[in-house]
Design a protein around this ligand. Sequence first.
Ligand SMILES: [Zn+2]
Length: 440
Amino acid sequence: MEADIGIEKGKIAFLGSSATAPKSSKVVDAKGKVVIPGLIDTHTHHRDPGFTHKEDLTTATQAAAAGGVTLSIGMPNVNPPTTSVDRFKNVIEISKKKALVDFNHNPSGTVPEEIPGLAEAGCLAFKIFMVKDTGRDYPHMPGIGLHHHGDLFRSFEAVAKTGLPLMVHPHDQDLMEMIEQRYWQRGDRSPQAYAKAYREFDGIIWDTAIATILRFQKATGVKLHILHMSTPGALEMVRRAKGEGRPVTCEVNPWALFLGNSWENIEKLGPYCLGFWVPEGHAEALWEGIRDGTIDVVGSDHAPHTKEEKEIGWKDMWKSPGGEPQIQDYLRLFLTEVNQGRLTLDRLVWLTSYRPAHVFGLYPRKGVIQIGSDADLVIVDMRKEETIQNETTLTKVGWTPYHGRKVKGAPVTTLVRGKVVMENGNVVGKPGDGQFIPPV
Ligand SMILES: [Zn+2]
């Protein structure tokens, strides 16, 4: 709709035609542009505390502000990993001092005894990596992974009692070890081998893991939020569970649609593109899942690593950590697809703001433009054409896997609770501007 948006004390106080709009002390002109709810990124690796040579809560949230993200929710693979109430509270204290946009943190759901206290402390969800890392101890260090079914099940039961969502990175550890050994025995530890290993038998390690956790969901009633959706088989399973009315939701990551979906990228960028390979047909199935509502949420999976850490991967990808910076670029990449007609702007907002707010218990405070909601807004110029550049990236590691990518459609202003934190591409927010956001 065409309207003026009035903001008072950080909340939306007026929506309607400019003829009836009350007088205001400050005006932000959005004529000819589109205003959408600020993005809620439910999956950001802030790296703080413990890995601040890669990123910290200030640099991550500067990149967030530049990318139109107004609420950034961290992940527990920091150091010390967030497995207890004390550690969770520590991360929140650090975030209060350093973040420019609103924040929360998903603690690890690996210690059942800690789960009730963590829920009490105001987390939005729990995270479990179904992973034991075989070639390295980071990013899946001990303490945050569970792969034995009995251990996993106990955590499912404990999280179910809180009523909060359980985010799971699905991974079949036994099958993966068998598959990896075959590559290693051939002496092949290249990025291409790594890409193929994780996609062997059409992504079997993903599908068997997802079948298992869906069965655990049925038994425990937990709100299950499946991360890193990337196979047609997984989409089918989630569709069926949703059809049965079960509380199952899922996430797609920008790397699955814009980066790891091209073998050419994997050849050219190697470790800078991995993550995971998502063959073209599988990426197409993801777009279908986006269009029909099977996929609920875009999580950026912003996962910065230094160039030095990535370079090792050319020789031995199992020694190099997975993931790439994403948070500054993903809105631009999706807006480009909107301009090309691949999805509607409505569906994009549904994925990046509206559904995340619902799944993570933030609605109607966040994720929507309506009277009484927080004035978290992004002004988007749908016609703005840019080339993504390493030089303008704000993540501490100073590179983006999308360097050189041409995009059309960009956030030009970001407001968090009515305060401008990014203007014409310049981040003007300050550390401390962000607030801790517990469930509504
Ligand atoms: Zn992640």
